[in-house]
Design a protein around this ligand. Structure first.
Ligand SMILES: Nc1ncnc2c1ncn2[C@@H]1O[C@H](COP(=O)(O)OP(=O)(O)O)[C@@H](O)[C@H]1O
Ligand SMILES: [Mg+2]
Length: 606
């Protein structure tokens, strides 16, 4: 691999170096997740929210603990028994009331916290997609991205309640109980500690196993949804070829495969739950005995009260705690998949110190000995050419010879294996990608329209454009367009274009695409077979429009309508990644080579 100017970014790859892969631990996962909350707008509020919430959650447990403590300390020999019972009942009722008040408050805060977290991570995930190299986008099924996004929402939903709502408060409660009981009786605190430690250990081990399964399920799910979304998008194709039943069969297979995997995992889980269940039963039997034995010197009532508290309240909480542990562990484990995604290598970004290309200048473009391959296969082999500022280059050659690849390299979607590409004498890797891309107005064979109105589709070229600007661009692109309904039949700014422009004719789609490109007002036009697939007359008219519009700008025009290149300043004829012929239209015709024979063949065919 060739290093460019000693910089960190190597030529020959459009991808940054990948990070090492590993499953993350609870603590690391927590810190990583927390990192997203520090990015939340108004972090201060999030921060306060979290602590107010923690206090609220503790309040609930603190009340439970005090009731337990009070009960354990009732002295039956004291003459004030009746008053004490009144106070006890009052405290229980009061604490119940407080807990009920704290609950919705706690839930609201948690909900706010989850929503914010999901929002930040969700946005980070979408932003990530735009930073991935094009190669990655074209190989990953869209459904995988979508599923990961949905699952991410679920992770933030369960993780935070489990962690902040159950795990932390229970630890605090245990600490209080331990201190209090140790102070009052010699061994009772130890009993609580042993219960806590064994429950956490057993819970954590179970959680570890569950977390692997959960990660598998997540990956399985992503795969399945990747397939399903692909099948769903095949509506037209399936109908054209009578393959609807076949496609539905494939859908069923994908779902079955996912469910069989999930079923196996679930059965494994159930068989592990049984020992946990037995463990719980044993603890429920042993705990009261141990508590009773450890409370030396206390009355029978005190012992009974304490047993009631430990069995009725504390053990139940411990069991919730083990469930919470599993949720935390699986949350973090699932989050490993999200993090893996977020740490996928980006497309090579700007070099440190990359400069802005000066805007507003019709650029000169030069390819010097450019070599490029997708993997093993060499696509461009030592390609050199120069487009002077304001001039027009025609690129021709058989399908698959590498024409579009030239544009993708120029736009920095892929990096050449060797050789350099310059714009106005500056290496395209020494300038920022944004300033580079802002130079070009691109029209491709696929018009890249989205499901919005014509106004939105043209306006996309320069966001915030006025209707007048949009209508002006449409006029230059010779798209007969009315501002309102009724003018020019149904072609008006409010007309919906349909999915991928399906509600417009091919010629109209390309004119909308051209108007969009013109609105962007790039200083160089890159036209990649924009008239391909249109009927002869429409293609001819559209080509005239292109010629007219691009007259003063640097232009690279890829086409297989060779006769459209009569007024190109130069033409290159590509064959298997090499430039076979290079010259003006007349020179190439005069040379009577490949270009000439292709031209003749086209004439005969039409
Ligand atoms: N993302 C890709 N991964 C692997 N091979 C590709 C990719 N894109 C294009 N190719 C291959 O590279 C060659 C050149 O493609 P392209 O430049 O699109 O051809 P064309 O001259 O028709 O525009 C083709 O043979 C194609 O199969
Ligand atoms: Mg192409």
């Amino acid at each position: 691999m060739v290093e460019k100017g000693g910089d960190a970014i190597a030529v020959g790859s459009d991808v940054e170096a990948p990070p090492e892969k590993r499953t993350i631990g609870i603590w690391e996962g927590l810190l990583y997740l927390n990192g997203f909350f520090t990015q939340v707008d108004g972090y201060y509020t999030a921060f306060m929210g979290r602590y107010v919430f923690l206090v609220a959650a503790h309040l609930q447990f603190a009340i439970t603990v005090s009731v337990g403590t009070y009960v354990a300390n009732i002295d039956l020999d004291d003459g004030l028994i009746q008053q004490k019972i009144y106070v006890l009942v009052g405290v229980i009722a009061g604490s119940y009331l407080l807990m009920q008040i704290a609950k919705p408050f706690r839930e609201a805060l948690l909900m706010w916290y989850r929503v914010k977290g999901g929002e930040t991570i969700g946005t980070a995930m979408i932003a990530k997609i735009f930073n991935l190299p094009l190669g990655e986008i074209t190989t990953t099924p869209t459904g995988e991205f979508t599923q990961l996004l949905v699952q991410n929402g679920k992770i933030t939903e369960t993780f935070h309640p489990a962690f902040y709502g159950i795990a932390i408060p229970l630890c605090v409660e245990t600490l209080f109980l331990f201190i209090f009981l140790s102070a009052a009786y010699k061994y009772a605190g130890m009993v609580i500690l042993v219960l806590f430690v064994t429950f956490s250990t057993v819970g954590y081990i179970t959680a570890l196993r569950m977390s692997d399964r959960s990660q598998n399920e997540l990956r399985n799910g992503m795969q399945m949804f990747g397939k399903l979304v692909g099948y769903m998008a095949s509506y037209e194709r399936a109908h054209y070829f009578g393959n609807v039943d076949h496609t539905i069969g494939l859908v069923r297979d994908a779902i079955t495969e996912y469910n069989v995997n999930r079923y196996n995992d679930k059965v494994g889980e159930l068989s592990e739950e049984f020992p946990m269940l037995m463990f719980g039963v044993v603890c429920h039997v042993l705990a009261p005995v141990l508590i009773a034995l450890s409370m030396e010197g206390s009355t029978l009532f005190q012992r009974l009260a304490m047993i009631g508290y430990v069995v009725g309240v504390y053990l139940t909480e411990l069991q919730q705690f083990t469930t919470a542990l599993a949720q935390i562990r699986t949350g973090v484990s699932d989050f490993t998949v999200v993090r893996e995604f977020l740490e996928r290598p980006n497309a090579v970004g700007d070099r440190p110190g990359a400069v802005e290309l000066a805007p507003g200048i019709s650029p000169a473009i030069e390819f010097k000995n450019v070599v490029f391959s997708y993997g093993e296969r060499v696509i461009l082999d030592d390609v050199s050419f120069k487009v002077d500022a304001g001039s027009r280059l025609g690129v021709v050659g058989s399908s698959g010879c590498g024409k579009s690849t030239i544009m993708k390299l120029l736009l920095r979607f892929y990096a050449p294996t060797s050789g350099t590409i310059t714009v106005n004498g500056q290496d395209i890797y020494s300038v920022t990608a944004d300033s580079l891309r802002s130079l070009f107005s691109v029209v491709t064979q696929d018009s890249q329209l989205f499901n919005g109105t014509i106004r939105e589709n043209i306006g996309y070229g320069k966001l915030g454009s006025s209707d007048d600007d949009i209508l002006h661009a449409a006029k230059l692109a010779e798209l007969a367009l009315g501002a309102t309904e009724g003018e020019n039949n149904d072609m008006n700014l409010d007309k919906p274009c349909g999915e991928k422009g399906a509600h417009l004719s091919g010629g109209q789609q390309q004119r909308v695409a051209l108007a969009r490109a013109m609105l962007k007002n790039g200083m160089c036009y890159l036209l990649d077979e924009p008239t391909t697939g249109l009927d002869g007359v429409v293609a001819r008219q559209l080509q005239d429009t292109f010629d007219e519009i691009t007259q003063a700008s640097s232009t690279i025009m890829i086409t297989h309508h060779l006769e459209d290149l009569k007024n190109a300043d130069q033409i290159i004829y590509l064959d298997q990644g090499k430039i076979l012929e290079h010259g003006t239209f007349d020179e190439l015709v005069g040379a009577k080579g490949e270009f000439y024979s292709q031209l003749e063949a086209r004439k005969r065919a039409s």
